[in-house]
Design a protein around this ligand. Structure first.
Ligand code: FAD
Ligand code: UDP
Length: 372
């Protein structure tokens, strides 16, 4: 039997992309979200006082090596050039991130060449760790103890709330290490920022006759039945957390308003353990093409803490000791054939926007193939 209308829970990138792909092949959808806006955690809105486009749930930079995904977002938004050049304040000094030749030379008070720095890091890195199992082991193998303690240990404890020896190595594998002065935070060839913000991008994806969007609508309160549901909410929440809660981190933001400039850069990280926040982002710097038009500025201090019932889940933690619980939920999810679990929360994975979009395109294609 062909399915003609589906329900999609969540109007973030996952939900929007699936809805669009299905709509273009004639399958209608009702996209619901319990929030009052679309775009999920990528939601952006202009601040009334400053005019700055604010990333409401924290800074989002689009970066990818996937040309299909890059072309996809360019269909729905003008992607403006943007390179993230992050700084870090460590022990009273400002350094360049990701760790590069400038960082290494500055940190050790040297003037090493690329080759010398490479040899130096090889000497200080813990090369006896063959297959790093945890974030900590990965860090020690990656840059050695001193750099690890200065840049990664404190930041990670604050960000994730647990000992880095209990976190997967994959979290640190996201970051490059460079032996030149390239301070582009990401390695990807395609990087940018949607000119009118992410909410406008997602709105354009959702703009189709066969897509109905209903906001302020939790799935649990939806009365209508559907032959198929795409669920992008938290995996454990779908099962009413009946065998326990998966661990997520949530964020609190402290707003800073100032005349002119606040910190002179989009993102300043604060890895020191005794500083309670992880980073400060100054949002006008995410839109360099309109930087001159602001006389005031708005920035946010970011505090990470454990996500309790009722908080917004931001980051799935994937604690090594949560593995059994997660496998149990995953196993049950696989047995429900009329619900597809998808996205950052639905699959409980730390997914960037490009990975999210690629996964949503795959999920939609698979559904369409089966549904024909
Ligand atoms: P979400 O955006 O979380 O959308 C899920 C939606 O489902 C939400 O709107 C939620 O309200 C809704 N929902 C959940 N449960 C229910 C329910 N039961 N009923 C109704 N609605 C429900 N990625 C990058 O590529 N670059 C970055 O720089 C970057 N920075 C990030 C910074 C932060 C602070 C965070 C948290 C993430 C960042 N990401 C970044 C990742 C990016 O946010 C995700 O890839 C993307 O949001 C995933 O989209 P999604 O649709 O799967 O999930
Ligand atoms: N990280 C760190 N120090 C930094 C920046 C990052 O220890 O100054 C670690 C931290 O654990 C973080 C991970 O590296 O969660 C990935 O960094 P990224 O900047 O990608 O984090 P995100 O922007 O996703 O929060």
């Amino acid at each position: 039997m062909t399915i003609e209308r589906v329900c999609i829970v969540g109007a973030g990138f996952s939900g929007a992309v699936i809805a669009r792909e299905l709509a273009e092949q004639g399958v209608a959808s009702l996209v619901i979200d319990e929030r009052s806006h679309i775009a999920g955690n990528c939601h952006t809105k202009r601040d009334a006082e400053t005019g700055v486009m604010v990333h409401k749930y924290g800074p989002h930079i689009f970066h990818t090596a996937n040309e299909i995904v890059w072309d996809y977002v360019n269909r729905f938004a003008d992607m403006m050039p943007f390179i993230n050049r992050v700084k870090a304040t460590v022990n009273g000094q400002v350094y360049s991130l990701p760790i590069n030749l400038h960082t290494i030379n500055q940190f050790f008070g040297k003037t090493m060449s690329p080759g010398e720095a490479k040899d130096f890091i090889t000497q200080i890195a813990k090369s006896d760790i063959e297959e790093p199992r945890s974030f900590e082991e990965q860090g020690m193998k990656f840059v050695g103890e001193e750099l690890y303690r200065a840049f990664f240990d404190g930041y990670t404890r604050k960000q994730w709330g647990i000992d880095p020896s209990l976190l997967p190595a994959s979290i640190l594998k996201r970051l490059p290490l460079r032996f030149n002065y390239d301070d582009n935070y990401f390695n990807h060839p395609f990087q940018g920022m949607p000119k009118d913000g992410y909410s406008s991008l997602v709105e354009n994806i959702l703009k189709h006759d066969k897509i109905e969007v209903r906001l302020g609508c939790p799935f649990e309160e939806l009365e209508e039945g559907f032959q198929h549901v795409f669920y992008t909410g938290p995996l454990d929440r779908y099962f009413k957390n009946d065998i326990g809660r998966l661990t997520y981190r949530t964020l609190d933001f402290e707003e800073i308003r100032a005349d002119g400039d606040f910190q002179g850069v989009a993102v300043m990280n604060y890895p020191d353990r005794d500083v309670p926040f992880t980073r400060i982002s100054e949002h006008k710097y995410f839109a360099p093409w309109e930087l001159d038009s602001f006389s005031k500025t708005i920035a946010f201090k970011e505090f990470s803490r454990e996500c309790e019932a009722g908080d917004t889940p931001y980051y799935p933690v994937r604690r090594l000791d949560d593995k059994k619980l997660l496998e149990n939920y995953e196993e049950r999810a696989r047995t429900i054939s009329d619900v597809t679990f998808v996205g950052r929360l639905g699959t409980y994975q730390y997914m960037d926007m490009d990975v999210t979009i690629a996964a949503a395109l795959d999920v939609a294609a698979e559904f369409l193939t089966k549904n024909r």
